[in-house]
Design a protein around this ligand. Structure first.
Ligand code: F3S
Length: 287
């Protein structure tokens, strides 16, 4: 029996950096109150572990005001980033800010700020309810337009006396982005397109599909609330009928009577390495 684990399984670069920064704060700043602005990642296991280390995820704006009164607070901004207004509010409330915004997202903040200051209207391609997009919107100095589909291009009030800048949510689908941009360019306005999609998600999906197409059994590890993990499961199941979606090793229920020669493992962007390793070790020893 052989085992293949996807190289791209688990945390992407930006999430790894953010989680490491939180761990570092928990160790180095034991005399302070450590918070994250929302859960640092969509993984219950990790969030629970951090709680045990004294790191709390702030759930609402109201909670911030209450916490601020106690003083001596550190706030870690997660990889999605937050708006400038929220960041300024944290400073006003006296929080020491540790910015774990992914550098790829930071680059988008800078782009939309510079371009909107230069007078361009910003068009963001992404999901307007996603925290990353909310954050990006908050770095534009003029009101941006957010669209998610090709059809929505028709609703943009283009004006030929104005110029535009297009950016995308980092996890937006590459092909859909290309289609939307083609349609916008076709209209003939002055448009500067900045491709801001991050390859981490695409690469994880590509590699997982490739592995699933070769193995007898495929294991996808991810949080049940994580949309990128669910997507990974769908992709793998298309290639391998015997695909299992688990959150931790406890959920794994393999049919040991079947003859299995090759097992594949992949994991969503919010799955920590220790969970991947536990599953790997179990399959190696018990399968
Ligand atoms: Fe991850 Fe940063 Fe890309 S958080 S998905 S490396 S934009």
């Amino acid at each position: 029996m052989e085992l293949i684990t996807a190289k791209s399984a688990g945390f992407c670069f930006g999430v790894k950096k953010a989680v490491d920064m939180v761990m570092q704060q928990a160790v180095e700043n034991k005399d302070k109150h450590i918070y994250t602005y929302g859960p640092i990642i969509h993984n219950e296991e990790v969030v629970k572990k951090l709680e045990a280390e004294g790191v709390h995820a702030v759930a609402s704006e109201e909670e911030l005001e209450t916490i601020a009164k106690q003083g001596n607070n550190v706030m870690i901004i997660r990889s999605h980033g937050i708006s400038k207004k929220k960041q300024d509010r944290l400073t006003e409330l006296g929080f020491e800010i540790i910015d774990a915004t992914c550098p790829f997202v930071k680059r988008i903040h800078k782009t939309v700020m510079d371009e909107s200051k230069a007078g361009r209207n910003i068009i963001i391609i992404g999901n307007r309810n996603h925290p990353e997009v909310e954050g990006i919107m908050g770095w534009c100095v003029s009101e941006p337009t957010v669209i998610e589909t090709e059809e929505e291009v028709d609703k943009i009030p283009f004006d030929n006396t104005k110029s535009y800048c297009v950016v995308a949510q980092t996890t937006f689908n590459h092909n859909k982005f290309k289609e939307i941009v083609e349609k916008i360019k076709h209209l003939g306005y002055d448009v500067n397109v900045v491709t801001t999609i991050c390859n981490a998600t695409y690469e994880r999906q590509r590699e997982s599909r490739d592995i699933a197409s070769k193995v007898d059994t495929m294991i996808v590890i991810g949080d049940t609330h994580s949309s990128n993990s669910k997507k990974l499961f769908e992709i793998c199941r298309e290639e391998c009928e015997d695909t299992h979606f688990i959150q931790t090793l406890d959920d794994l229920n393999l049919d040991l009577t079947k003859s299995v020669r090759l097992v594949g493992i992949t994991a969503g962007a919010s799955t920590p390495d220790y969970i991947i390793e536990e599953v790997q070790n179990y399959v190696r020893v018990d399968f």
